[in-house]
Design a binder for this molecule. Sequence first.
Ligand code: FMN
Length: 208
Amino acid sequence: MFYETKDHHGLKHNPFKALVAPRPIGWISSQDTEGRVNLAPYSFFNAMASDPPVVAFGCNGRHMAGGVKDSLANIEATGEFVCNIVTYELREAMNMTSTSAPRDVDEFEVAGLTAAPSHLVKPPRVGESPVHLECRYLQTVNLPSDNPADPNNVVFGQVVGIHIDDAIIKDGMIYWPSFHQVARLGYMDYTVVEKVFAMDRPSWPPAG
Ligand SMILES: Cc1cc2nc3c(=O)[nH]c(=O)nc-3n(C[C@H](O)[C@H](O)[C@H](O)COP(=O)(O)O)c2cc1C
């Protein structure tokens, strides 16, 4: 099949997000200028550069109270956030923090998570997560939107500090069998990293 995205796809559900999958989940903690903490998952999330490390996430649509979602509002106001990495063990807690809660609700409390202090930024880390990326806000890029009330924005942050639980390090490398990262497929489906294979980069000209 082929469809132009300005037309209807003709399927039961929009397939787009199921096609660009799996997507890692940035579990973003931030806080507002009064120190109120916020935590929410974002699967339009990825690493964009490594020297220095930069991450980005897409913050789309509006908050239940109108305006942009808390994560974007907080990060633009304070310039800091943390990306916590979601594991299989944390899947239910992560999902719970996606609730459309009023602005003053602390999703750490909602999901019974430990707010661990960060080293370089004010927003706390999810203590139960094995990896945290402490980030300083770089910029927001405003994307086209089909509905002006539902803005699409991409938030970029430079990673200034990284925490890694020693339990997922083996022989100086991240040990996938202990990590269990969760990623989002389409619809309500998720996946967990279980099958890993390696490939060497080819040299030029190709061998043979
Ligand atoms: C697994 C998962 C991934 C999500 N990814 C995104 C995303 O990439 N962008 C987005 O705007 N909302 C995403 N959401 C919805 C937000 O988490 C939800 O709107 C949340 O309430 C936003 O919280 P905030 O206003 O505290 O930032 C996702 C939800 C789940 C469960």
